[in-house]
Design a protein around this ligand. Structure first.
Ligand code: FCB
Length: 457
């Protein structure tokens, strides 16, 4: 006989969903918006599958009232979205565009009217092109421009937004944008990538200072990191060392700088001569105390030593017999391993915030609409079940996770993959822009309603 059992989440747990401006808004050149590095990148031949662009995306810029209604239908307690810097400040410096500010003000007011807590992210990868033309994240000046932009937003929305995120995934900004070149601005240069690491982190610190100077004391400020649990492919010392370095570059480089105020020595040594000289005081600014840490979890890394795989001499393995999605290995245990490890290693770090959130977690599924208009995305439901179970275990083990945000609210433009990857709880028909809540959305709504996951025993 099967009986059901509820895994209850702590009282007051936040349930949300996340999106980002370039991936959903469209309206790439409307109402005074300037161009971002993504507007330029998608126009370069060969960068995006099938030459797709975010010109229209999910047309959220025009359809936001409907999207708000869908968020209410799901019962979301919070919605994490990013601001397109170029809507507000078309060049990333100087002139402010009031129409851009008005758009986000309407969105925020609409969320508040519906009792949905806005989580405002300042930067999800769409740097103003005019700043890229001045060197972008390779240049220290961009950190000051970012702090100015943060102030503009804080002055305008600071009276109604409580949760503020400076950056989403500095590692992706730096490495995919400036080392592999898969993302805008498409640079492939390790020195520039490391400069981008330092400057994005520094801009976070200046951003926090700028926000604190304006926002009320109740404001909650944080950053979002993409983190991986890293496993050596074998117990050989070479594999273990390769895993250690991989962990250093993907995780500790960011965590140690933010939470301890120092870059990890092994990573600095590996990049001797390549890592930018930090000015005196930079690490104090980077480690400016925050209120929360956002963690994005998708998959794990299994690492083997390979002298030919530069610059880390580490190669990623994809173990046979495991479950995979269109993009990554599906590994729920990794969420537990990651969170318990972070807790062990960082809870006593001098600048470690007390509240942690899962700010993205999700899976691409090639969903389709069935004859009766329903989207039966069983794989996403299974993914959610398994990850929420792992999350629940981590919370039981004492990890201070205060909320979970699913990536994503709705299908959207998945960067270099274009529209092939569907991550939404809500299906978007790219021909008609019709929205349909998927079965996973209904499932998630039930979890939210009960603040608990029902498991079949
Ligand atoms: C994260 C990004 C988000 C989306 C998901 C799948 O790294 O923050 O924009 O692309 O991956």
């Amino acid at each position: 006989m099967t009986t059901s059992r509820f895994l209850r989440f702590p009282a007051g747990f936040t349930w949300g969903a996340t999106t980002s401006a370039y991936q959903i808004e469209g309206a790439w050149n409307e109402d005074g918006k300037g161009l971002s590095i993504w507007d330029a990148f998608v126009r370069q031949p060969g960068r995006i599958e099938r030459g797709e662009t975010g010109n229209v995306a999910a047309d959220h810029y025009h359809r936001w009232p409907q999207d708000l209604a869908l968020m209410s239908e799901l019962g979301l307690g919070a919605y994490c979205f990013s601001i397109a810097w170029t809507r507000v400040q078309p060049d990333g410096y100087g002139k402010v565009n009031p129409a851009g500010l008005d758009f986000y003000q309407r969105l925020v007011d609409g969320l508040l009217e519906r009792g949905i807590q806005p989580w405002l992210m300042l930067y999800h990868w769409d740097l103003p092109l005019a700043l890229q033309e001045r060197g972008g994240w390779a240049e220290r000046d961009t950190t000051f421009r970012f702090a100015d932009y943060a102030q503009i937003i804080a002055r305008h929305l600071g009276d109604r937004v409580r949760y503020w995120v400076t950056h989403n995934e500095p590692a992706v900004i730096a490495f995919l944008g400036h080392f592999t070149g898969e993302h805008a601005p498409g640079i492939q240069d390790p020195v520039i990538a490391l400069r981008a690491v330092h400057h994005v982190l520094l801009s976070h610190g200046y951003g926090v200072q700028a926000l604190r100077a304006i926002l009320p004391a109740s404001a909650q400020l944080g950053i979002i990191l993409n983190l991986y649990p890293v496993y050596p492919a074998s117990s050989s010392p070479e594999d273990q060392q390769a895993a250690q370095l991989f962990d250093g570059v993907q995780n500790r480089l960011f965590l140690d700088a933010l939470l301890r105020g120092q870059y990890p020595l092994d990573v600095l040594q590996h990049f001797t001569g390549l890592f930018p000289e930090a000015h005196d005081g930079d690490l104090e600014i980077i480690s400016e105390p925050m209120d929360f840490l956002g963690i994005n979890y998708y998959t794990r890394a299994v690492v083997r030593y390979d002298p030919k795989s530069l610059p880390l001499q580490a190669e990623l393995l994809f173990p046979e017999g495991n479950e995979y999605s269109q993009m990554w290995e599906i590994y729920p245990q990794g969420l537990y391993d990651l969170l318990t490890r972070l807790h062990l290693d960082y809870r006593d770090a001098p600048f470690c915030p007390l509240d942690w959130y899962i700010t993205e977690n999700g899976v691409p599924v090639p969903d389709g609409v069935d004859f009766d208009g329903r989207v039966r995305d069983e794989r996403r439901i299974r993914f959610l079940r398994r990850h929420l179970k792992a999350l629940h275990r981590a919370i039981q083990a004492g990890v201070p996770i205060r909320g979970y945000f699913h990536w994503s609210l709705m299908d959207n433009f998945e960067w270099a993959y274009g529209y092939r990857m569907r991550f939404g709880l809500i299906y978007v028909d790219w021909e008609t822009q019709q929205r349909i809540i998927k079965d996973s959305g209904r499932f998630y709504a039930e979890v939210i309603r009960r603040n608990a996951l029902e498991t079949a025993e």
